[in-house]
Ligand binder design. Structure first.
Ligand SMILES: Nc1ncnc2c1ncn2[C@@H]1O[C@H](COP(=O)(O)OP(=O)(O)OP(=O)(O)O)[C@@H](O)[C@H]1O
Ligand SMILES: Cc1cn([C@H]2C[C@H](O)[C@@H](COP(=O)(O)O)O2)c(=O)[nH]c1=O
Length: 220
């Protein structure tokens, strides 16, 4: 049975970049690794509805916190059996965003904390009801909100198909979300959390991932 490892953090924090570095480092240590990114845009209709709503489509759908959360959750529900199979076949299954993203963003939208009703509801829906696998380790890639925002803007300039959505352009939401992520990590919500310093350079992060990969895979 493989280990389920999740990378979490703000929009633009550098999760995709870190996921690539960690994957490479794990493979250097001899681990078999597969990765998955949520939402699964282009693969799952619920994920596509989310993207469209965050870019202004589907009337007032994006305004509904619980409605959006259900769509994210249904995308993951559709991936549940693939995740289970991947855990049977690989040493590490690495996810770029997972259930904690729903907890962090919806709590931030509703100005709640880790002990509030929406975080509890996300757990009941996704873990208890949908039966999604519980992560072994969740990695919070922690960066100041301003740094994440700068990176998201830089990426938007590099890749014009990747325009910022309603959540990404809302600085106040990102700031609240950062606080909820800190609470989720501090309370080890669902499983063990590790906090990684996301302000390091890509090269420094790559080096740090070699050490982390050893700990995660070889238990050292
Ligand atoms: N450590 C870093 N230092 C400087 N720039 C970085 C670093 N990590 C990533 N970046 C750059 O920041 C931008 C966002 O990175 P990335 O796409 O990895 O973030 P993300 O957290 O996956 O974003 P999102 O959740 O919005 O998809 C990219 O242009 C990337 O090249
Ligand atoms: C998986 C997931 C994501 N979100 C939020 C986080 C982002 O602001 C957007 C889209 O994600 P992306 O990484 O920018 O593509 O949705 C969420 O609220 N709940 C979730 O489960």
């Amino acid at each position: 049975m493989g280990r389920l490892v999740v990378v979490e953090g703000l929009d633009g924090a550098g999760k995709r970049t870190l996921t690539e570095s960690l994957t490479a480092a794990l493979r250097e240590h001899g681990a078999t690794v597969t990765t998955m990114t949520f939402p699964r845009y282009g693969r799952d209709v619920h994920a596509d509805l989310v993207r469209e709503a965050l870019h202004g489509a589907h009337g007032d759908l994006a305004e509904s916190v619980y409605g959006m959360a259900v769509l994210y959750a249904l995308d993951r529900r559709g991936a549940r059996d693939d995740i289970r199979r991947a855990l049977d076949e690989h040493d590490v299954v690495l996810l770029d965003r997972y259930v904690a993203s729903n907890a962090a963003y919806q709590a931030a939208r509703l100005r709640q904390g880790v002990d509030g009703p929406v975080v509890r509801w996300v757990r009941e829906l996704e873990i208890d009801r949908f039966g999604l696998p519980v992560p072994d380790t969740q990695l919070l890639l922690r960066v100041p909100v301003e740094v994440a925002a700068e990176r998201a803007v830089a990426r938007e300039r590099q890749d014009t198909s990747r325009t910022r959505d309603a959540f990404e352009s809302d600085d106040a939401l990102q700031a609240r979300c950062a606080r909820v992520y800190d609470e989720l990590a501090a309370s080890h919500w669902l499983s063990e959390w590790r906090v990684l310093d996301g302000t390091r350079s890509v090269a420094a992060n790559r080096e740090a991932m070699v050490v982390l990969a050893k700990e995660l895979y070889l238990g050292k």
